[in-house]
Design a protein around this ligand. Structure first.
Ligand SMILES: NC(=O)c1ccc[n+]([C@@H]2O[C@H](COP(=O)([O-])OP(=O)(O)OC[C@H]3O[C@@H](n4cnc5c(N)ncnc54)[C@H](OP(=O)(O)O)[C@@H]3O)[C@@H](O)[C@H]2O)c1
Length: 297
């Protein structure tokens, strides 16, 4: 049995179908009944609904599990406690292999969510369980492209001059599936996962422009504006605001660059490029627009 946490999230949504297709016995952990219903409809028979911050949820999720794919939910104030508790609960339950989805350059001390993942990595290393650590670069995310496709503006809340490496979640979850299904080959490994290249905001804008065939403006929005757009009342989200401010500051003062060698080796094929990702998302966008325009819809 493989336990997948954050199972209806960015990674989980892609990973679960891959594991199901491979015939794996899966348990999914989510927070809401809405996600539970979606996962059951997709063919997951065993779904634990609960808060990862609750030790009881963690304990019952780990029961009878052989391998864990642990993804901590995005920007959660209890991320460190949850990660430590997951490792401890897995060890207590006799889990054989713990695969932790961490982050590229978890040693970066001025990024709060990186330091937390570094600490969870260390806790895992000390647990005595077989471990594999995946360190994805910044995700290529479809929702970041929406304003570019709809309004012709690509926006970032950090400097447009700094370079970043990215990674496609389809590639990350191909690796995760392979690691979970062939655990022993990957025991004790830490893998940095980045697609080829590193790009400034301007570079990304040029790639999107080439795909959509019309000029896409690139805009830097300051972090406070970004936070207000995201949360409305920012004061109600002090933890998330602190993290996002740290991200904007770090990404505005330093590049965030990885290397594609490890990902290429793990996939046994070239990783998805940003251009390919944008092409794929633009096709989806155009099909959606066409469907909305279709008569009778
Ligand atoms: N964004 C990036 O570029 C990037 C890059 C590298 C690493 N990371 C790291 O990747 C991780 C996030 O991965 P992701 O984007 O795949 O996950 P995600 O989309 O944030 O995960 C959402 C899933 O987590 C579940 N969830 C949320 N809070 C929960 C809680 N308290 N208890 C139980 N389940 C909960 C949700 O359940 P419901 O569906 O029921 O709500 C949902 O299924 C974060 O640790 C982030 O720092 C992100």
């Amino acid at each position: 049995m493989i336990l997948v946490t954050a199972a209806n999230g960015n990674q989980g949504g892609l990973l679960i179908p891959k594991l199901l297709e491979a015939g794996a016995d899966i348990r999914a952990c989510v927070r809401t009944e809405a996600s539970e219903a979606q996962l059951r409809a997709a063919g997951v028979a065993d779904v634990v609904v609960g808060d990862l911050a609750d030790p009881l949820t963690m304990t019952s999720a780990m029961e009878g599990v052989e391998s864990v794919y642990y993804v901590g939910p995005t920007l959660h104030p209890n991320e460190r406690t949850m990660g430590f508790a997951a490792v401890d609960a897995a060890r207590r339950a006799g889990v054989r292999a713990f695969v932790f989805s961490s982050v590229l350059h978890a040693i970066t001390t001025d990024l709060i969510q990186h330091v937390i993942k570094r600490d969870v990595e260390e806790h895992l290393l000390s647990s005595g369980m077989d471990f594999t650590i995946l360190q994805p670069a910044n995700y290529m995310l479809a929702h970041r492209l929406k304003p570019a496709f709809e309004r012709g503006v690509f926006r970032l809340s950090w400097s447009l001059e700094r370079r970043q490496s990215l990674v496609a979640l389809d590639d990350v979850t191909d690796v995760a599936a392979s690691v979970l299904l062939n655990g022993e080959r990957h025991a004790g490994a830490t893998y940095e996962l980045a697609a080829p290249g590193s790009f400034t905001g301007h570079d990304l804008g040029e790639i999107i422009t080439a795909v959509v065939g019309r000029g896409i403006a690139v805009e830097e929005i300051d972090c406070e504006t970004f936070l207000t757009e995201l949360y409305g009342d920012v004061d109600r989200h002090p933890y998330q605001a602190r993290l996002m401010r740290a991200i904007s500051a770090r990404y505005s003062s330093h590049d965030f660059v990885g290397n594609a060698n490890v990902l290429t080796w793990l996939l046994g094929r070239p990783p998805t490029t940003y251009a390919k990702f944008v092409r794929c998302q633009y096709d989806i966008h155009r099909r959606r627009v066409d469907a909305q325009r279709a008569p009778g819809v």
